[in-house]
Design a protein around this ligand. Structure first.
Ligand code: PMP
Length: 359
């Protein structure tokens, strides 16, 4: 089989050992004689899977008991609506920090549900400096996007919002480093980058924020429904939850998120260093705002032909999906948790070789 390193922003690579385990268990899960895909979500077999997935995630992220873990569907995009529908209810106001395309989408959706204010906007792909006095103390929450998948920027520290809960879209950097969950009111993430296959969305929500939604909120869009029914009010995305559980097992075996962070820093440093030294490519984001997960880069001269040649030749080498997002162009290497160091080393070697041949 051809060795491919997939730099896609999502759906993204999964750890090989996870895929091998899933393959080995595909036809007969745990002596059931059935695939996980065929198991009833009410069966003991599957309840064991979802409970282990939750326990593993709690363990990895040190999630306290007064937070609920939910396994939902609809993607992070559905959370753009669900968060305001459930949380923007007391004062019907929220502050949104704008750091890229995905925060804009979250902001736009929230406008349907109350008074939404922009606090801090990225200029030139910089994470804005945020001080406590900028936030409205009467806002129901402050929304941030901790890692900006398209722009390749990330928060290095959280803003101080006082008593106002932070709602965070962590789709593209959840589980990449340890975080203090108690600093957040709600965390959400689509699974298809650092968690597992598409079709699953993880929500971590503080208990006091559940149960505030007005009666007009549809049953499936009310967090309380999913808290009360342990994410099985309707049929949950069973296979995606099973793979997520295997990914959590893999992370625990690796030594948890401290170890994952070390590896992620090694990978990102290696790639940024190669780009900073390059004469033909550059990583445009300033060092202090750089994402550990998504690394955009462009040709120094804006030479689109050279970029297209790079992407095509990289593909020949098994370095897949390096094209930048259609809105920004250039290249983007997404180096999520499951991208092995060897994949980044191969990319760095290829960048150097390409440069020698195209100077
Ligand atoms: N937020 C961020 C930060 C993302 O990167 C993405 C997907 N790339 C989304 C939201 C949308 O996620 P989904 O496709 O799961 O709705």
């Amino acid at each position: 089989m051809k060795q491919v390193y997939n730099f896609s922003a999502g759906p993204a690579m999964l750890p090989k050992s996870v895929l091998e385990k899933a393959q080995a268990e595909l036809l007969d899960f745990n002596g059931s004689g059935m695939s996980v895909m065929e198991l009833s979500h009410r069966s003991k077999w599957f309840i064991d899977v979802i409970e282990a997935a939750e326990a593993n995630l709690r363990n990895l992220m040190a999630i306290p008991d007064h937070y609920h873990v939910l396994f939902l569907q609809g993607g992070a995009s559905q959370q753009f609506a669900m968060a305001p529908m459930n949380l923007m209810v007391k004062n019907k106001k929220a502050d949104y920090v704008m750091t890229g395309s995905w925060s804009k989408k979250a902001y736009k959706e929230a406008q349907n549900f109350g008074e939404v204010r922009i606090v801090g906007e990225d200029t030139n792909n910089q994470i804005p400096t945020l001080t406590k006095d900028m936030f409205d103390p009467n806002a129901d929450y402050v929304h941030i996007t901790t890692n900006n998948t398209i722009e390749g920027t990330a928060f290095s520290e959280l803003p101080d919002t006082g008593d106002v809960p932070i709602v965070a879209d962590m789709s593209s950097n959840i589980l990449s480093t340890p975080i203090d969950v108690t600093k957040f009111g709600l965390i959400y993430a689509g699974a298809q980058k650092n968690i597992g296959p598409a079709g699953l969305t993880i929500v971590i929500i503080r208990d006091d924020l559940v149960g505030q939604a007005p009666d007009s909120v549809p049953t499936m869009l009310n967090y309380q429904t999913h808290v009360k029914n342990k994410s099985s009010f309707n049929t949950p995305p069973t296979y995606s939850i099973y793979i997520a559980k295997l990914v959590f097992d893999w992370l625990l075996e690796l030594g948890g998120l401290e170890e994952m962070e070390k590896l992620n820093r090694t990978k990102a440093d290696l790639l940024y260093q190669a780009l900073d030294q390059s004469q033909i490519f550059t990583a445009p984001i300033k060092a202090e705002y750089r994402s550990l997960m998504n690394v955009p880069f462009v040709s120094v001269n804006g030479d689109q032909e050279l970029e297209a040649k790079f992407i095509a030749e990289a593909k020949q080498e098994g370095l897949e999906t390096l094209k930048g997002h259609r809105s920004v162009g250039g290249m983007r290497a997404s180096i999520y948790n499951a991208m092995p160091l060897a994949g980044v080393e191969k990319l760095v070697d290829f960048i150097k070789k390409f440069e020698e041949n195209n100077r």
